[in-house]
Ligand binder design. Structure first.
Ligand code: ZN
Length: 270
């Protein structure tokens, strides 16, 4: 794949400073061994900051990262429901049913490899007024260890597959598990994708208790929030049903009571 006309990447001040620090440390190390401990200390502190910026899903240190809707959308009483890790042949159709009944719209961050089987599911998501966004090709566990080319390949291939399946090109990207490194920002700029995280998440892939997942999602709930749920690989309740279904039913009722309107990220950000 060629990215000849892709936009140029302009790293932020922190990353430019980090690069300058590493260059200065190399130059300083050449001056004499008495400077080495200072250089190593400065480089180690900088590396720790880069690592923290990549491990905290809501951090902005490594590049732009949206965690709330813009003020204009909040003023309109809008909120964004985002569903990750799907589509899933069992769960996604039931999520779509709940959303349709409530007249709610959502953004589905699909794993492209899962979207390929069956592709009809992705078309159904779009047909019902929701949008399909990019959550990588395979949801690799070592995603945060990829380099610039690895990111371009993994996210670029997902972008093509999801665009073909959905009929429109994804505009937003969410990193698997929210983990990343400084090269991700480079790849997202080249692929014209914006990184979106969340205001709050319910941990519905690990907690099968609908009440506690719902509580995490609705604590200090207000207009402009971006909520993270999962239609792929959700935890199960005591009765064996996907916890997201119970949570979503409650959540949609809570949003209605609070007069908050669930819209897609594209609608809120346009
Ligand atoms: Zn995920």
């Amino acid at each position: 794949m060629a990215y000849v006309h892709a936009p140029r990447w302009r790293p932020n001040g922190f990353l430019r400073g980090s690069a300058a620090l590493h260059a200065a440390a190399l130059a300083g190390a050449a001056l004499g061994p008495q400077l080495w401990p200072w250089m190593l200390g400065a480089v180690a502190a900088n590396q720790a900051a880069i690592l923290a910026g990549g491990l905290l899903p809501r951090a902005r240190l490594l590049g732009p990262n949206r965690t709330r809707l813009p003020a204009a959308a909040a003023a309109r009483g809008e909120i964004a429901l985002t569903l990750d890790d799907g589509p899933d042949p069992e769960v996604t159709p039931r999520v779509l049913e709940l959303l349709a009944r409530a007249g709610a719209r959502a953004s589905f961050f699909c794993v492209a490899e899962r979207a390929a089987r069956p592709p009809a599911l992705v078309r159904e998501i779009v047909a019902q007024g929701h949008t399909v966004e990019n959550h990588s090709l395979r949801h690799r566990h070592d995603f945060s260890l990829l380099g610039p080319r690895g990111y371009l390949r993994e996210i670029g291939a997902a972008q093509e597959a999801l665009a073909a399946a959905a009929g429109s090109t994804p505009r937003f990207f969410r990193a698997p598990a929210g983990l990343r490194n400084p090269f991700l920002d480079y790849a997202l700029v080249r692929l014209e994708l914006a990184l979106v995280s969340w205001t709050r998440r319910g941990f519905d892939t690990v907690d099968g208790n609908a009440a506690s997942v719902h509580r995490r999602l609705t604590r200090r709930l207000r207009a402009g929030d971006i909520l993270l749920l999962h239609d792929g690989r959700p935890a199960r309740t005591r009765h064996g049903s996907p916890v997201v279904l119970e949570v979503l039913a409650r959540l949609l009722a809570a949003l209605r009571a609070a007069e908050l309107r669930p819209v897609t990220l594209r609608a809120a950000l346009d």
